[in-house]
Design a protein around this ligand. Structure first.
Ligand SMILES: NC(=O)c1ccc[n+]([C@@H]2O[C@H](COP(=O)([O-])OP(=O)(O)OC[C@H]3O[C@@H](n4cnc5c(N)ncnc54)[C@H](OP(=O)(O)O)[C@@H]3O)[C@@H](O)[C@H]2O)c1
Length: 331
């Protein structure tokens, strides 16, 4: 996988080769800053393709246009993908989701930035993302029909879906001895509706647009709360535990189709969702839960999601990756 720091846009074609993972990217429309043309340790066939790509005339590069031609080798098998990876990120309008959208776009992927109520934020994010082909995709995840339309439309614009990130979530307080029975029911319906059933429905729809060649990925954004408990938001803890179990079930169900499914479980992250919890004295205590005496940045979660969505991470399928700065350790 090309390193983000090595790529800047725009300008000419370049060739990047990450030898360790046996992957070669022919990138048009992006300039490779560092010299990545050292192909001496590649096989003769790969070296020949590198040489050929390096000799592409400007005209040929122009014909290839903004679409990146990505050629990948994996354990001796070559897959040619015409164009970039096609990514859909739920809750991409802000917070962790926005950081995930930025991270994929930075790599040259085309991203459908899903939003609920925040269409303006999603539109602004799409306009600010590097690269092209990004699109806003709006739906209230509690509405199954809207979800289906949203995913099908996003897939039509992107030309399919290679990676789904189930990131959207809500975190509403409903302490059992403080809320009414009606409030309690509403909190459970909303929380499970977005965090669990919404994710399940997006997944059902997205899977139908995924390639079955081993490259498709689903990454769920769960939570440390699945394992540590959420006394003020029990539906949230339950939804995230169920999301992790959902991911494991789908990893088993879809592995034979080459789809890898994983879950990340962050502790506190600096976003709108955690803003109230991280204020003042309570924030100091929460940061001190980690020996690093801080909480995560959205970009740190995005980096892990990008890895789990990569071709190299297929064997991580079924795993749940804790991202909590050692604030909560489990076996
Ligand atoms: N922040 C943390 O400390 C933390 C810790 C562990 C796990 N997480 C998980 O990480 C994920 C992202 O959290 P965040 O902190 O980035 O949250 P955030 O800043 O509050 O953003 C939540 C996102 O979910 C979307 N969303 C909420 N309700 C929706 C609905 N009914 N339909 C469609 N989209 C909806 C929002 O879209 P609109 O704004 O467009 O409505 C927004 O993009 C969540 O799953 C969360 O549970 C967060």
């Amino acid at each position: 996988m090309a390193n983000r720091a090595q790529l800047t846009k725009p300008i000419v074609a370049g060739v990047s080769s990450t030898r360790g993972c046996g992957q070669l990217h022919l990138l048009t429309g992006q300039r490779v800053e560092r010299d990545l043309l050292d192909t001496t340790s590649l096989s003769p066939v790969r070296q020949r393709v590198c040489a050929l790509a390096a000799r592409l005339s400007p005209a040929a590069r122009w014909l290839m246009g903004p679409v990146r031609c990505v050629t990948r080798w994996q354990t001796g098998q070559m897959t040619e993908l015409s164009g970039r990876r096609r990514i859909i990120v739920t809750g991409g309008s802000r917070g962790i989701g926005a950081a995930i959208c930025q991270a994929f776009a930075q790599l040259g992927d085309a991203v459908a930035v899903h939003c609920g109520a925040g269409r303006d934020a999603a539109t602004a994010l799409v306009a600010s993302l590097p690269g092209s082909g990004h699109v806003v995709a709006q739906a209230d995840l509690r509405d199954p029909d809207a979800v289906r339309v949203m995913v099908d439309e996003a897939a039509a614009v992107l030309g399919g879906i290679d990676v789904l990130v189930n990131n959207a979530g809500v975190f509403v307080a409903h302490e059992i001895d403080k809320v009414t029975y009606e409030e309690w029911q509403q909190a459970w319906a909303d929380t499970l509706g977005v965090n669990l059933v919404g994710a399940a429905n997006v997944t059902w729809c997205a899977v139908r647009h995924m390639p079955r060649d081993g490259s498709a990925r689903i990454v769920n954004v769960g939570s440390r709360g699945a394992f540590r408990g959420e006394p003020r938001c029990p539906a949230y803890g339950a939804s995230k535990a169920a999301l992790a179990a959902f991911g494991q079930s789908l990893a088993r169900a879809l592995g034979s189709s080459g789809v890898s499914v994983t879950t990340v479980a962050p502790g506190f992250v600096e976003t709108d969702m955690a803003a109230a919890s991280l204020k003042g004295e309570a924030g100091i205590i929460r940061r001190a839960e980690s020996p690093f005496n801080r909480v995560a940045s959205p970009a740190e979660i995005a980096d892990a999601v990008v890895y789990l969505a990569s071709r190299q991470a297929q064997w991580a399928s079924g795993s749940i990756l804790d991202l909590n700065g050692a604030s909560y350790l489990r076996m």
